[in-house]
Structure formats: C-alpha cells, structure tokens
Design a protein around this ligand. Structure first.
Ligand code: PBG
Length: 325
C-alpha cells in the first residue's frame, strides 16, 4: 500500500470531515407532521409513538409556534374527527368547520407565513370504514367518485389557509383534478405536494392509532406493492404531468432506492416521509438502550437526505432542528 490508497486521511479530524461532508441536514429541510383531534381540551400522547401527540386546537398552536421557533421548514396537519362525525363519504373533511380545516385556520393565525402550512388531502381519517376514498357497492374504492371528494376537500383546505396540499390517497388523476379545481376557484397559489410513490406499508401501524383509524383490511388496491420499483417512475411521471409542485416518496427508510430513482428524474423538489413505524422502531430500541437515540435519529435523517430527499417529513422535526441549530 502506498500513500495514495489512504482514504482515512480525510476522516482524521472533525474539521476535515466537515470540510468534505456531501450531505447536509438543516432545520429548513424538516417538516413536522401534526395531529389535531376534535373534542380534546389538552394534548394526548399517542401510545405507539411516545413523544407524539394528538393536539387540541390550543396545544396545536403552541407546538406549531415551537416548531417554527426551532426553524422547521413546514408543518403537515392531519385531522382526527369525533368518531360520531365519521361517515361513508368523509363529509367532515370538506366541511369548513371540520377539525382539519379549523386546525389549518389556527395554524395560519398562529404562524402565518413564518413557515409552510401543509394539509393532508385524504379521506381516511374522516370515513367510517377508514378507507382513503368512497367505497363502491362492490366493496372496492371508487377512484373517480373519490377524486371528486378530494377536490371538495382541497378547496376547503385552500380557503382555510393551507399553502400546500398533501395528496396522500393514491387515487389515479387526483393531482390533475385538484389542480383544475383549485385554479377554477382562483386558488392559483395553493400548491400540491403529491405523494407520488406511496407503498402499502406495515410501518403505518402507529399512525392508525394516531388518527383513530376505522380501517378493517388493507389499502393494497390503491397503494403500491412493496415489490415494485418501476411503477414509482410511472406514478412520478403522471404526477408531474398533472401539475405536482413537489413529489414525495413514502415510507422513507425501506424505500431509499425508490427515493433515489425519483430524485434522479424529478424536475420538482422531492420529499420523503419518515413514517410512524420508523419513528416507533427507533424510539422503542432507544428506550431499551439498544441503540443511541440521537445518533440513530440524525443518521436516519441524513440517510434519507443522501438518498435524494430535499425535504424530510419526520416526527422529530422540532427536536432535530434544535440539535442542528
Ligand atoms: C393516509 C395516510 C397514512 C399516513 C399518512 N397519510 C396512512 C395510510 O396510508 O394508511 C401514514 C403516516 C405515518 O405512518 O406516519 N392518508
């Protein structure tokens, strides 16, 4: 071995490592997913996601202000209606007085333009059967009827002050229909963060508790098969053609190859969602003392950035932002 073959030379000191680091992780890259639940007077911790809460409108405002103070890039809001308010078509999702739209108005009032306010544009929290759309008589999820409901939901969210709409339902044509609907109503500045590649994942488990999901069965007729890679490129192309402003890959950690494929081809910014099960795994292992919590969190976020994400949705957004400042 000669002096030429010694890559360790650049790893010797923190200063050398900092000089040659390829991937950066900054608070502005991180988006905090938040849950606002109807009927709560104070925040309630989600048992399968220690440290993550269903918020009341008041505690939502407080947590949002903290996140913005920490420098996060944005907030993604999910709504949890009262069980009694769920119905077959998720009426409360498009009702201006539904909990998600009230939460969006509260966020807009609290943080305004200091961060980017995003809304989950999907029906699953609001339907009594728990599916992301309208169920047809044959038991399947009716794509086109669902997309019509998404457009109604999108208009209510734009009115409520969302900057970006997170189309997470995996219905065909949802991005184009929402874009048309927004434009027709004069919401030219409301953008779409399209979940382009979203897989039917077992790692969504804790989220189902977070939103008190009513789902029986699974979402395999609309979310993608984890076995497939090429299909994500088709989903990407369609979402770009339909007017997506940002595209997302979800989940993140088991799909880093997909993230890289999408990042290599996308003409718009790329996001990735480090989902509830990913949060729960690291949290549980760290609680047992099996892994170092802070190191694992930062490494996982760096890995997602390195794979190609410009933006990372993570339940650690506020905490990690404090570390990174
Ligand atoms: C559905 C939705 C899900 C998540 C975000 N939006 C769950 C699902 O598709 O079943 C999961 C997020 C997470 O697990 O953190 N609208």
């Amino acid at each position: 071995m000669t002096g030429i073959d010694r890559p360790r030379r650049l790893r010797r000191t923190p200063a050398l490592r900092r000089l040659v680091a390829e991937t950066t992780l900054e608070p502005r890259h991180l988006v905090l997913p938040m849950f606002v639940a109807d009927g709560l007077t104070e925040a309630r911790e989600i048992s399968s996601m220690p440290g993550v809460h269903q918020h009341s409108l008041d505690s939502l405002r407080k947590a949002a202000a903290e996140a913005v103070e920490a420098g996060v890039g944005g907030l993604m809001l999910f709504g949890v209606p009262l069980a009694a308010d769920k119905d077959a078509v998720g009426s409360r999702a498009s009702d201006p007085d539904g909990i998600l739209n009230r939460g969006l108005r509260a966020l807009a009032a609290e943080v305004g333009d200091a961060t980017v306010i995003m809304a989950d544009t999907c029906l699953d929290e609001f339907t009594d059967h728990g599916h992301c759309g309208v169920v047809a008589p044959d038991g399947g999820v009716d794509n086109d009827a669902t997309v019509e409901r998404y457009v109604e939901m999108a208009l209510a969210q734009a009115e409520a002050g969302a900057d970006l709409l997170g189309t997470s339902g995996m219905m065909d044509g949802q991005v184009g229909a929402i874009r048309d609907g927004l434009d027709a109503a004069g919401h030219l500045d409301t953008g779409i963060l399209a979940y382009a590649a979203k897989y039917a994942s077992a790692f969504y488990g804790p989220f189902r508790e977070a939103v008190a999901s009513s789902l029986q069965g699974d979402r395999r007729t609309y979310q993608q098969d984890p076995a497939n890679r090429r299909e994500s490129l088709r989903e990407l192309e369609l979402d770009l053609a339909e007017g997506a402003d940002i595209v997302m890959v979800k989940p993140a950690m088991s799909y880093l190859d997909i993230l890289r494929d999408v990042a290599d081809r996308s003409t718009v910014p790329v996001a990735a969602y480090q989902i509830s099960g990913e949060y729960a795994m690291i949290t549980a292992a760290a609680e047992r003392g099996w892994i170092d919590r802070r190191g694992s969190i930062l490494e996982s976020l760096t890995g997602i950035r390195r794979a190609g994400a410009d933006i990372v949705l993570t339940y650690w957004a506020t905490e990690a932002s404090h570390w990174l400042r």
